[in-house]
Design a protein around this ligand. Sequence first.
Ligand code: AMP
Ligand code: MG
Length: 336
Amino acid sequence: MKTKLLDSTQTEEAAEIILRGGLVAMPTETVYGLAADALRGESVAKIFAAKGRPADNPLIVHIWEPSQLDGLVRFVPEKARILSEKFWPGPLTMILPKADVIPDEVSAGLDTVAVRCPSHPVARELIRLSCPLAAPSANLSGSPSPTTLRHVISDMDGRIDAVLDGGDCEVGLESTVISLACDPPRLLRPGGITVEQLRAAIGDVEVDAAVTKPLAEGAAAASPGMKYKHYAPKAEVIIIDAKPQDFTAYVNERKAPGTAALCSTEEAAGLEVPFEILGDDHDMEAFAKHIFAALRRADENGWTTVYASCPDKSGVGLAVYNRMIRAAAFRIIELR
Ligand code: AMP
Ligand code: MG
């Protein structure tokens, strides 16, 4: 299949492809998504084939304005209403009891559905012109999520009908996922909307243990995506939790061909190995924006061992930590 490259003004052509049952990669403020008509099971099934995504990992349905939510779920609890008013459009996904219109391909057979209203104008226009869109990240399953057009093309060229260009993604990490199908609501995946912001809006929010720890063997994942190997570059990633000068010293002691670092500006200053800067010390928004591109470049550079600076676990840092710890297969060295 030849993949068409569309610019951000060609949303009508993209919408036609969707309505014919095709696949279009679209920009969102989080990461690029791979979209299909969410209400047609046979179209949604193509997403799983293009990505190599396990069939038991459900998809997020994207809507262009908050009022579309009502047609997709059985009911909207008060807390969901509050969150949609406060954080939509934006990087928040809510899990709610699903309406019958949602095909099993989207929910992976669960009786709930994940819904999000993105803020990216190109995504919203595409949905407005077509229909609610099921869209996971537009990468091959297992590899780091795409935050630029180049990442999408490198994974998806020849596998999908079209790619819609919308520039680089603003947040850089996938949306926050919260389940409102339970009480208290439960954070399943941290993202650009922080748990602190959620608690300020609706009170108690539990954080699922799988956010920061590996899933216990045999345990059922509340969010099926959490049980899969994720975001992983080919290089071995090792997280170092240390003060900046200790990080630098630790890595320099291990310098060798193929060894490199992902770190802050401060940590990079004295480094004797190649590195990618994620942002300034404690600037977790910058870390979020750059982490996936940096993981991809680690492979492009042929790095084999990558020491990564440990993100702060508060605010957006929790989301960066959650992704990085998976890229590192939970290898972390504590030097504090
Ligand atoms: P992705 O589309 O790759 O950004 O991932 C979406 C995430 O949301 C995955 O971790 C899914 O397992 C999770 N998810 C989607 N729908 C549901 C649902 N109904 N219940 C629980 N988790 C879900
Ligand atoms: Mg993904």
